[in-house]
Design a protein. Structure first.
Length: 350
């Protein structure tokens, strides 16, 4: 049985796994503003000499958000995947999730993540093995709709059914489509119709209003939200209000300033120099900035800051000049995060 959502009868919400973003610190910050029903870890890399990465394990072992967390794996070596599942099941995970979507060339060239979508037969073997090793424990899949096109989609959905996955998250783009452009919600709807398990709709769920629209269009059991939870960590609370037919309290620019400071403190570490930490903050602020200034001025200025003082001066200028002004629900058109911050891009180091 899947863990229950926080409000019975409402669609589910999940924070999408995001490498170098959804660590323990980030999950705690999101939970402060209103936790999703489910968390997913960044992917654990699985290969012959891999061991579950310690910093990712922390997001499981020290997770005090009160919400279930699924451990995501990326790999294709069945004995190593089975070994890793056994290791991870010694920890308090809700289940095991398999990554069938990562579009980074260094990843898919190894035939893992999104690369596996070129080989539905291999996916079938992997799902069979994972189902067996997970036993009665939960086993979930996160996939894109295909590699070059959606040709393998239905075969993979049939494998998901054959091996009785407990939950399926579908990012409605191919690997080639990366992170931009239209999301094929019609194919997510097809997954909902074909899959025996609940489906989470993923891709460009930018706001609570969009969550409702995507749920109506796809019939999915819930939504999985990634980049827009970085931009707007209130989004899960806003979704719950919207699902209950209520209006959520608007978020002010001053609250966004507080969020940035909370994130800065949460992600701080003694062995991390200030300059490096400021650069790390830019990764999150790339997304936050999409709703701060319609002309992109916040993004332009924050990217040039080289110290915490400079960074917060930019924040103050944009967020505290009119502190009560509402933070935009949607990203401003044309204000985009840098492509290299839209990750799942780090090389797999073997
Ligand atoms: C920075 C970043 C890192 C990501 N890392 C992962 C990952 O580790 N595993 C995974 O399955 N997807 C990963 N993704 C993809 C997201 O989980 C999600 O499918 C995608 O961003 C689309 O959802 P969104 O429009 O809500 O962001 C990543 C995305 C981003 C932007």
């Amino acid at each position: 049985m899947l863990p229950k959502g926080q409000i019975l009868g409402q669609p589910l919400t999940a924070l999408a796994p995001m490498q170098d973003v959804t660590d323990l610190a980030f999950m705690r910050v999101v939970a402060h503003y209103g936790a999703p029903d489910y968390f997913f870890t960044e992917f654990f890399r699985v290969h012959a000499s891999s061991r579950p990465e310690k910093h990712i394990l922390r997001s499981i072992v020290e997770n005090d958000t009160g919400r279930p967390i699924f451990a995501q794996l990326i790999g294709e070596d069945i004995p190593q995947l089975a070994r890793t599942v056994r290791e991870l099941r010694a920890h308090p995970i809700a289940g095991i999730d398999l990554n069938l979507g990562c579009p980074a060339p260094k990843v898919y060239k190894k035939n893992v993540g999104g690369g596996l979508l070129r080989d539905p037969q291999r996916i079938d073997e992997i799902l069979a093995a994972l189902r067996e090793v997970c036993g009665t424990g939960l086993f979930t899949v996160k996939m894109r709709i295909g590699f070059d096109d959606a040709a393998p989609f239905e075969a993979v959905l049939d494998s998901v059914n054959r091996h009785a996955a407990d939950l399926l998250s579908v990012h409605g783009r191919t690997v080639r489509e990366g992170y931009r452009g239209e999301v094929h919600y019609d194919l997510i709807a097809r997954a909902v119709a074909r899959a025996a398990c609940p489906v989470l709709a993923n891709g460009n769920v930018t706001s609570a209003a969009r969550a409702r629209a995507v749920l109506a269009e796809t019939g999915a059991a819930g939504v999985m939200i990634g980049r827009h939870a970085i931009r707007n960590p209130w989004i899960f609370t806003q979704c719950r209000a919207a699902f209950a037919g209520q209006a959520a309290a608007p978020v002010s620019l001053a609250q966004v300033r507080d969020y940035i400071e909370r994130l800065y403190e949460a992600t701080r570490s003694a062995d991390f120099p200030e300059r490096a930490h400021v650069n790390k903050m830019k990764k999150y602020l790339n997304f936050v900035g999409q709703s701060v200034a319609p002309d992109g001025a916040f993004l332009y200025e924050m990217r040039r800051s080289t110290s915490a003082a400079e960074l917060f001066a930019v924040c103050d200028a944009h967020l505290l000049a009119e502190p009560d002004k509402p933070y935009a629900d949607e990203p401003y058109p044309g204000v985009i995060a840098r492509p290299n911050s839209e990750g799942c891009q780090a090389p797999l180091v073997h």
